[in-house]
Design a binder for this molecule. Structure first.
Ligand code: GLC
Length: 576
């Protein structure tokens, strides 16, 4: 009887899903709310022409893998023509594909193939700056009277130095003197990435036209690179200093006058209007490292009319296994003042991989599974980074001569740059290149020796592997009604070690209880007294408990009043 009811409920849910696809705006059940987005760093994913650099055809070749993994969309970091100083984030042509990665025909073929796999493609768009090799900047720097002069931010120096104390995120002054015209130009990032002047309406129009160009190609949305930095204080006031020095030897500074200016929101509102005018509900994902939930909340817009998915850096950056900290932050996001939809991630191409960041050096494999559950099971949209599903390690260069990311040279040895988290994807045990490129080719970054055992092929064949754990959770996340669209409720709020939460389905049906032991102690926990659970089931309490997944061997009956959970264990229960 129970299974017949469950089947009927499932049919209803599937029907609701189909209807949602057809008319998402009516019930608010938009595709991106149920999506797991997988970040592909194209240089490092799959090389198809054996030049040591990944490419678009390589990505296309791996769509079967991605579909089987269970993700819904790929976000590809910039593939536009670029001098590659910042590996694509310095764009010299926004309407083309860098020949290193292929051609526009390859891109169109990827779009077609992704569609056939029912996978969406999200582009990375860099609105804040261009490459210094972009024709706009070449014109702009050619003379003080060039019509494109005002497309960038040019100022006279002060007292023989730069116009003010603004610092680049990548170290040292954010101003570079251009001897040709004797003025300084502003760059929040590398010298080769001059900032556009968003106060100039022509710049705005040009960038919006580029966004349209890609929407016309059918992309499912954009990850908005460094978008909080579009505007600078028109009065050019000095930023306040903070105590201490950074890895580059500069005084620490608060980017008060170059980050999060209110004008950003006008642009975001207009961008949202633009994407909303396209079919298929394209999504905007903002990269903005907001310090508090109140700040993060602003990115949704006062009327939920800006970014649908602001990346939550606070949760990503806890950088420590702490049940109280995660509990507090997830609660805060759940109750964000904008009622916005949460977006979670733990790794990307800018920070050491989660395997190392959260691992304690002894139980990293257990912890990686726990992190997968923490990432994939709360309410929200999740973002994964290629290779996290197999437990790829951060592998920093050992010598400064080998560093590719320029900040690794400026900041060596304190800051080794971001090469460590960008090493090639590990597909097979075949060394030295693990299936990323042919064995006789030198890849753009070396494949770590750990690839011999940590790779897709080997882990696919191991029942207990991290890869199979991810697959199981991804499947569950798309099929359990409580995980697809259920609420989120914190359980056992005072437990210092075990972070537990309950996902309850929208109507009746089973709830999913997730318990994550973030400590190195074996623990016995109890949910018997939980009000959230008592209300369920025919006798006014949970009657039927099923183990849906655990990161450790366990079987038999689970009683909610006494559950043994080992150190760093992750347990997922179905509760009816
Ligand atoms: C973003 C990117 C980073 C890049 C920077 C400048 O933070 O994620 O990789 O270096 O913007 O474009």
């Amino acid at each position: 009887m129970r299974s017949a009811l469950a089947a009927a409920f499932f049919c209803l849910i599937s029907l609701a899903g189909v209807l949602a696809q057809q008319s998402p705006a009516q019930d608010g059940d938009l595709w991106w709310k149920h999506a797991v987005v997988y970040e592909v760093y194209p240089r490092s994913f799959q090389d198809s022409n054996n030049d040591g650099v990944g490419d678009i055809r390589g990505i296309e070749r791996r769509l079967d893998y991605l579909k089987d993994l269970g993700i819904d969309a790929i976000w590809i970091t910039p593939m536009y023509p670029s001098p590659q100083v910042d590996f694509g984030y310095d764009i010299s042509d926004y309407r083309a594909i860098d020949p290193q990665y292929g051609s526009m025909e390859d891109f169109d073929a990827l779009m077609k193939s992704a569609k056939a796999h029912d996978l969406r493609v999200i582009m990375d768009i860099v609105l804040n700056h261009t490459s210094d090799q972009h024709p706009w900047f070449k014109e702009s720097r050619s003379s003080r009277t060039n019509p494109k002069r005002d497309w960038y931010i040019w100022r006279d120096g002060k007292n023989g130095g730069p116009p003010n104390n603004w610092q680049s995120w990548f170290g040292h002054s954010a101003w570079t003197l251009d001897p040709a015209t004797g003025q300084y130009y502003y760059h929040y990032f590398y010298t080769q990435q001059p900032d556009l002047n968003w106060r100039n309406p022509e710049v705005r129009k040009a960038m919006f036209d580029i966004v349209k160009f890609w929407l016309d190609k059918g992309v499912a949305g954009f990850r908005l690179d460094a978008v909080s930095r579009l505007f600078e204080d028109p009065q050019m006031r000095d930023d306040p200093y903070l105590p201490g020095y950074n890895a580059y030897g500069d005084r620490n500074i608060q980017h008060k006058f170059t980050d999060d200016l209110p004008e950003v929101h006008d642009v975001l509102r207009d961008l949202r209007k633009l994407v909303d005018s396209y079919p298929g509900h394209p999504v905007l994902i903002s990269e903005a490292d907001e310090p508090t939930i109140a700040d993060l909340s602003k990115m949704y817009g006062a009327h939920n009319d800006e970014v649908q998915l602001p990346m939550d850096f606070q949760i990503a950056d806890v950088n420590q296994l702490s049940a109280p900290k995660f509990r507090k932050l997830f609660e805060e996001v759940e109750n964000n003042p904008a009622h916005g939809w949460p977006e979670y991630f733990f790794s990307n191409h800018d920070q050491p991989r989660q395997w190392d960041r959260y691992g304690d050096g002894v139980h990293n494999d257990q912890i990686a599974k726990l992190m997968a559950a923490l990432e994939l099971l709360p309410r929200g949209t999740q973002q994964m980074y290629y290779g996290e599903e197999i437990g790829m390690r951060t592998t920093d260069p050992k010598r400064i001569e080998d560093v590719r990311d320029p900040i690794g040279r400026t900041g060596w040895p304190k800051e080794k740059g971001r090469d460590g988290e960008r090493t090639p994807m590990q597909w097979t045990p075949e060394m030295p290149n693990a299936g990323f490129t042919a064995p006789n080719v030198k890849p753009w970054l070396p494949v770590p020796p750990s690839a011999k055992t940590i790779n897709v092929q080997v882990e696919s064949g191991q029942f207990e592997s991290l890869l199979n754990f991810y697959k199981a959770l991804l499947k569950m996340r798309h099929t359990e009604p409580a995980l697809v669209s259920g609420d989120y409720v914190t359980l056992n709020p005072d437990d210092p070690d075990v972070f537990s939460f309950l996902r309850t389905p929208p109507n009746s049906g089973r709830s999913v209880l997730v318990a994550l032991n973030m400590s190195s102690r074996n623990r016995t926990i109890s949910f018997a007294a939980s009000e959230s659970l008592k209300t369920r089931g025919s006798k006014g309490q949970a009657t039927h408990v099923t183990i849906l997944k655990s990161s450790y061997p366990t079987s038999g009956t689970v009683k909610l009043d006494q559950i043994d959970i080992p150190a760093f264990g992750a347990l997922v229960l179905g509760v009816e």
